[in-house]
Design a protein around this ligand. Structure first.
Ligand code: ARG
Length: 394
């Protein structure tokens, strides 16, 4: 009896994988795992229903709360974006892989499988994680990539074998969703000279159609993470609420050219209303509470963190070293930020913090506490090296 556990989304790629794993790889049993990382409820139910027909056994693993606390909140502390992308898909991959391995151990499987193609980033993320944490115990297979299947070949295969094809199979878009964001690729988006059509967006209204009245959300942070937003204190609820509220104001649309791990440039469209709003607020609070040197070093380390996550190297020990530094700074990132949502923008309009390094009495033009004359000597010496360089070098 050979048994394989497949990371299952319910989409075309992974549905086709179930049958391929039996037919082409000879596994006797295929067990599917869907990790609930906050994708829409219908998607989870649809995956379960299909798995009931196609797989020998199916597990839906609820890990939304873990996803927000252990992944999204770390991303907030790291102000994480990669080339402008808040990393939603990338962040969830190691967690999904972890759940797949847990089930594989429970059912005593021989192999684990994923449905990634050979062009994207997700194969790097799933596979490196699976190899690092289960490479000795399990065989690792990627049927769609191995067999070099195109989308049309997959559809033909599905129809031949009576595999239910997703209802939106005529939609040319490839979509991945979790609580931190929605990623859209494919179809007309592959032509970077074309504006994304309105139909690709689901979480955000067009900024042009957004309400004429702005809305203000109040976000309270402790230790660098949101602890209360407009009266909500549950992390999952906070993110859901902000996705909805900011989305209604057209906040969180991102359209970029992105450098994939493999080196391909691709046109990527995202919707991430909560992530965009929270990152904006968090950056503003850091600007208020951290020293300029803390901020400057942190900015360069943030980039390292984001690249690790993008590249699927969540388990690189460097991530923990970086987080040790971030956490040490985040002890001081405490306070309340208000963000105004209006026609596609999320603008910080106020910040308050018991740890602010901002001192109104010092900066105010109205106050005499800071004697301007003490600056004179410092100003005279400012640019000393540069002055000498001008003179010596001509
Ligand atoms: N470019 C993004 C990333 O690499 C999004 C990937 C979306 N994945 C998908 N299967 N549609 O994280």
């Amino acid at each position: 009896m050979s048994r394989v556990v497949l990371a299952y989304s319910g989409g075309l790629d992974t549905s086709v994988c179930i049958e391929l794993l039996r037919e082409r790889y000879g596994y006797d049993e295929v067990i599917t795992v869907t990790a609930d990382v906050g994708q829409p409820e219908e998607e989870l139910r649809e995956a379960e229903e299909k798995a009931r027909k196609l797989a020998d056994e199916h597990f839906t693993v609820d890990c939304v709360d873990e996803f927000v606390r252990e992944y999204c909140w770390r991303a907030v502390k790291a102000n994480a974006t990669y080339e402008g992308y808040p990393l939603s898909t990338a962040l969830a991959r190691p967690l999904i892989a972890q759940k797949v391995l847990e089930v594989a151990r429970d059912v005593d499987a021989d192999a684990v499988a994923h449905g990634c193609t050979g062009k994207g980033n997700d194969q790097f993320r799933f596979e490196s994680y699976l190899r690092a944490h289960g490479g000795e115990e399990f065989e690792i297979v990627a049927p769609v990539r191995d067999l070099n299947l195109t989308r049309d070949e997959e559809i033909a295969y599905a129809e031949e074998r009576g595999i239910p094809v997703p209802v939106d199979v005529d939609s040319p878009y490839s979509v991945d969703e979790n609580l931190w964001g929605r990623s859209i690729e494919g179809g007309v988006l592959e032509d970077p000279s074309e504006e994304p059509p309105e139909e690709v967006f689901e979480w955000t209204v067009s900024p042009a159609e957004a309400p004429d009245e702005p809305e203000v959300v109040e976000i309270e942070f402790e230790d660098g993470v949101p602890v209360e937003v407009d009266g909500r204190d549950d992390p999952v609820e906070i993110v859901r609420y902000l996705n909805e509220t900011a989305g209604e104001h057209g906040v969180g649309r991102i359209d970029i050219i992105e450098d994939r791990v493999i080196g391909l440039k691709s046109r990527e469209v995202y919707e991430a209303p909560a992530a965009v709003t929270l990152l904006e607020a968090h950056r503003a609070l850091e600007a208020f509470t951290l020293t300029r040197r803390e901020l400057s070093l942190k900015a360069s380390l943030e980039e390292e963190w984001a690249r690790l996550v993008y590249d699927g190297l969540w388990f690189d020990p460097l991530r923990e070293h970086l987080e040790a530094f971030f956490d040490s700074t985040q002890r001081h990132v405490e306070g309340t930020v208000r963000v105004k949502l209006f026609k596609g923008s999320a603008t910080v309009i106020s910040r308050e913090s018991p740890r602010a390094l901002y001192e109104e009495e010092l900066i105010s033009y109205e106050e005499k506490q800071f004697d301007q004359r003490t600056a004179e000597g410092a100003v005279k010496l400012h640019g000393l090296q540069e002055r000498l360089a001008l003179r010596r070098r001509g």
